[in-house]
Design a protein around this ligand. Sequence first.
Ligand code: C2E
Ligand code: MG
Ligand code: MG
Length: 399
Amino acid sequence: MNQHTISILILDDESFMHKLLGRMLANLGFASISACDNGHAALELIDSTSDSPNLILLDLNMPEMDGLEFVRRLVERCYSGSLILISGEDERMQQAAEKLASAHKITVLGHLHKPASPEGLAALIGKWMPPRQSEPRATKKIYDADEVRAAINNGELVNYYQPKVETSTGRVVGVETLLRWRHPQDGMVFPDQFIYVAEAHGLIDDLTRVVLTGALAQARVWLETGLMLQVAVNLSMDNLVSLDFLDLVVGLAARAGVPAQMMELEVTETRLMEDLRIPLEILTRLRLKRFRLSIDDFGTGNSSLAQLRDLPFDELKIDQSFVHGACESDKLRAMFNSSLELAKQLGMKAVAEGVEDQADWNFVRQAGCDIAQGYFIARPMPSADLPDWIQSWQKKFSL
Ligand code: C2E
Ligand code: MG
Ligand code: MG
């Protein structure tokens, strides 16, 4: 980041904040700083120059146009810079404002509580980097049923595996199977672009059969090489509408020579089921046969207490939206801790999803969450990369 080419606007109705923030920014090496004391003046400034500011420090509470209205005006102008929100509002209010701005696709670096501290400001600006590409993604395209069917039949679907580690020891205890489509023209296509198509067009059983077959063959190889890993596979609720699915899973595992205990089935409630009797029967009987059951994305609308009440889950995966950043947010931490407590009281293993950085990792370890999964530990990878990754991870932990 080159401080000299970056322009920053301070928008706050209190002039002492202009001085305070201006000085902090100057100390951080920024030279191009302007200030306005109301939204109209700021919009005028933005409209009159060809380059809008790269960063706006925005006060939420201003007498005429409040900060949220200003955000809406920025959206109308297709503002492509970043925002830092500043106010005396409480944490939950600030987070709500942040969520709102993010929902408008404006990059919010974070919020600062008034009077902002130089360290707090420096930390937020330090996070300011070009948006990180999680994995090289193909541009979003809508695929139709024929294309997804062809992908299934032509072997274009491949399993990636993301490690899960025990937080107390760093030991790699398992992997989650995550499906990728190696599209011959479009490159790597991610599940959010084709799972729903498969579900809507009666292709989900074929798709799941491919994923399971691959994961079981891989589990067998790991078993033979002495690698003791739990292998998790995501199921769709649409897989659970016919009892044939039970026979399919049991049959595939037996044929692959993989003990049921090694397999874990992750479920979310992707849509409301009118009749829960068959899904309940399938999952309960799979559990009776010693397959492990995991409730995925716990805490989101898709994953509810009712499911926990009705099914004998072995594992609860706390959704990533309650994990990443929980150490900095009272609200997220409260939700994280209550999910963790629930898992403990019900005798389930708790998994933190979306452990993205060192702070998340420290937090989940210290909170006593059993297992962690996320980019900080490793991204999903092809099976061939796993042995080397385990070696380097173990070295890092000097296990
Ligand atoms: P999920 O089961 O909750 O899987 C976790 C998702 O979070 C994966 O996305 C994973 O790549 C991503 N992830 C992992 N660590 C991090 C992190 O630190 N930060 C962030 N931001 N994300 C992280 P992916 O692979 O794109 O899969 C998305 C969803 O698609 C999965 O969510 C799962 O519900 C579904 N899915 C994936 N594979 C299958 C499959 O074989 N069958 C079915 N039915 N659904 C699948
Ligand atoms: Mg999952
Ligand atoms: Mg999840």
